[in-house]
Structure formats: C-alpha cells, structure tokens
Design a protein around this ligand. Structure first.
Ligand SMILES: C[S@@+](CC[C@H](N)C(=O)[O-])C[C@H]1O[C@@H](n2cnc3c(N)ncnc32)[C@H](O)[C@@H]1O
Length: 394
C-alpha cells in the first residue's frame, strides 16, 4: 500500500514518532546501520516512545487492529473449555497470560470459567507498562471481585507453577532478523538513515544468523533452500527459543497454548513468498512499509510454527497438537458455546453468529491463525486438538 494513501497521523503523534526516529538514528550513527531486529525492537518497545510503550490506542475499532478476544466473548469462552479440561487433570492451577493486550481475554476467561474452578492466580506477563494499566482498569471494571486473583509479573515465574500458559498474537510481535539470499551468500538486512527517514542496507550475515538459517534445512527436503532464488528475502526469529525456555522453565505441569498467524516451515519459506512476511497495521490498514512513522504502527512477522515446535523440544515440552484456529475452537465446543450465549442474549444473536464466522471462516481468522499446544505432564487427549492434526506438516 503506497504511503500516501495511509491516513496522515496528527501532528502531536508525528512529534512522538520523530523523537523515536531520532533515537533510532542515534544508534544507527554508531555503525552506519542496525540490524532490522533492533529497529523492530525499538519501533515497538522503546520506553515511552515505541508502539507498545507510548500509551497509544491500539486495539479494536478505534485502534489499528482487532485480535480474536477483542471481537466478542466467544474466543475466551472456547478457551475456557480447554482450560477447564486441563484444570480437571491438575487440581489447583494457575493461568499465565503473556502479552495480554487490553486485558479482554483475561476478563473474558475469568467470566467464562466455572466460579468453583477458577485459577489460584491469573498471572499476566506484560512488557508494556502502559498496557498493564489498561488491563487492570478493564478487569477492575468488568470483574471487580476477581481482580485480587490477578497479578502482574516483571519476569516469567520460576516458582514451580502448574496450569495453562496463553499467548495470543504475541510471537508475531517478537523482533525478527531479516535476511536475503544473494549470489550464493546470505546477507543481513539492516536499517540505515535514508532520505528523511530510513532505508534498507545490506551486509554479510553475521555467524549467528548464518547458523540459524543453515539450521532451517534440518528435516526439510534437500531442495528446501535451493528452491529460493537470488534476491529471496524473509525473516527468522532468533529469540524464539530462549524466550520459550524462559517462559516455560518454571512450569512443572501444564499446557502452553500459542495462537498466531503463521505456517509450518515449508509454507513459511515458500519460493513465492519472496519478500517475507512482515506486516504493519495502521488504523485497520495492513501494509508492508515498516518505515512508515515508526512507533505509530504495529509491525509483525508471521510465525514459523516448525521453529516453535523445535524450540519446545529444547525445553523438554511435548507437542500436544497443532491445528487451525477454526478447528481448535470447534473442538473446544464453539457451537455449543455459541448456542448458550445466544440463548442468554437473544438480542445479540446475529452479532454472536457474525463473531463465530470471523473466528472460523478460512478467509478470515479461521485458517490464517493456527494454534499450537505444548505440554508438560498433562497427557492426551485435549479437546481443542481433537478435530484436526496438522503436526505432519511441521
Ligand atoms: C498483538 S498484541 C496481542 C494482545 C492480546 N494477546 C490480544 O490477543 O489482544 C501483543 C502483546 O504482547 C505484548 N508483548 C510483546 N512481547 C512481549 C514479551 N516478550 N513479553 C510479554 N509481553 C509481550 C505486547 O505488549 C502486547 O500486549
């Protein structure tokens, strides 16, 4: 989408973005360029200025994008069914939600779970101080009695907890490296100052990136990388494995559920996807101009679910299931949940049906989003993965 047809930000926000751009240029000035991962990190999380740190309105109609929990209550109500099944096996349990956004999923889950089977603690690990406050306000207004269950953490818990870890659309917000294949060598895409903003700059890939791209070929057909022509660009998330390790190290028993848009590796690095998967969201326009007003728009990269499954092996987790969001929600009992909600809120029945379509239709969220379950000591089967098994694609 060309830059000039994106909505113009108001002046006060442009000034915020310019302050962030100055800070990014300050880092670029040291070496002439910074890795794209550093640019993405600053654009999203630079204290006080990054997209997730500057107090902008991001979620829902008035923001830039709408996530599944923001559409209505169905998503949370279905996840609650999966949580209840795991809780049944665990007895007392905690929920750990990573990257809780506006807090809507937390509020929805606390409202949907059986009051006699609530978690001991609903813990939220949220990077953005601004969003923590938004989450607290939302939970305080929608479920004040349950607020005492909720606690915010500064780092992943290491106290030997058991329960369910949830991360909806969080992996796509982890900063990624961007690479290019050119004349038989691997290059790192970096960001340099250019014109009145930023531009791409290229240098030979450093050893860590070389090794990570080389590792992509593991268990793939021999032609996997050679199919990719000169000029092929894509992304890789180098922090995925240490991030998962840190998140799950303290989980003695439980299920970690990751919901995100992405693919298994073969589709992720398909020859036709020759410019990678970066996507920006600004006022409900999806586009690929990562240099458009840094700090004012979301920047995401799709998730390589094969990489997530590989990382889980290093953490001693078991791959419990991998399927589309549609099949996961249906497995959790979407139809029954929907009928129950519609019976209780007859006036809202058409909206509830529309929400179910948005969550499950292939062209909407149903197949673009995938769910992966990684477990420790909880056993099979899990209802969410009972209808579809896509693990053979990984
Ligand atoms: C796209 S939003 C998704 C929000 C929410 N899960 C939802 O579905 O509406 C990404 C969220 O992850 C948070 N986040 C990103 N990286 C994180 C990390 N390493 N640890 C904790 N939270 C993180 C962001 O601040 C934000 O709340």
């Amino acid at each position: 989408m060309p830059r000039d047809i994106l909505p113009e930000p108001p002046d006060e926000l442009k000034r915020l973005s310019e302050a962030l751009a100055d800070r990014i240029r300050g880092e670029i000035n040291i070496d002439g360029m910074i890795p794209f991962s550093r640019y993405m990190e600053m654009a999203l999380y630079e204290p006080g200025l990054g997209y997730y740190s500057a107090g902008l309105h991001k979620f829902g109609e008035a923001g830039d994008f709408t996530t599944a929990p923001e559409i209505g209550s169905l998503f949370a109500a279905c996840l609650a069914k999966q949580i209840a099944e795991v809780a049944e096996r665990l007895g007392e349990y905690d929920i750990l939600e990573v990257g809780a956004g506006s807090g809507r999923l937390a509020a929805g889950l606390l409202a949907s779970l059986d009051p006699s089977r609530l978690p001991q603690r609903y813990r939220i690990l949220e990077r953005s101080a601004d969003l923590r406050q938004v989450q607290e306000e939302l939970i305080a207004s929608s479920a004040p009695d349950l607020l005492p269950l909720v606690e915010w953490l500064d780092r992943p818990p290491d106290d030997g907890w058991s329960g369910v870890l949830l991360a909806n659309e969080v992996i796509d917000a982890l900063a990624v490296e961007r690479f290019e294949i050119g004349s038989g060598e691997l290059r790192q895409l970096c960001v340099a100052a250019g014109g009145d903003g930023f531009d791409w700059s290229i240098r030979p890939a450093p050893p860590e990136l070389q090794a990570a791209v080389e590792k992509l070929k593991t268990d793939q057909p021999p032609e996997f990388m050679s199919r990719l022509r000169d000029g092929y660009r894509s992304e890789i998330c180098l922090q995925l494995s240490p991030w998962l390790e840190a998140l799950t190290a303290g989980m003695t028993r439980g299920l970690a559920l990751f919901v995100d848009y992405g693919h298994a590796r073969r589709e992720y690095y398909a020859p036709e996807r020759s410019d990678g998967t970066l996507m920006c969201h600004y006022r409900h326009r999806a586009h690929d101009d990562v240099f458009f007003w840094p700090g004012l728009q979301d920047i995401t990269a799709w998730v390589d679910f094969t990489a997530l499954a590989e990382a889980s092996l290093d953490c001693g987790l078991v791959l419990e299931g991998f399927c589309s969001q549609a099949m996961f929600l249906l497995g959790c009992g979407l139809e029954e949940v929907m009928a129950g909600l519609q019976a209780r809120q007859a006036d809202a029945a058409p909206e509830i049906s529309a929400e179910a379509r948005q969550l499950t239709m292939p062209g909407m969220m149903g197949e673009r989003f995938q769910v992966m379950g990684l477990g420790r000591g909880i056993g099979q089967p899990l209802r969410g993965f009972s209808l579809q098994d896509l693990t053979h694609r990984l």
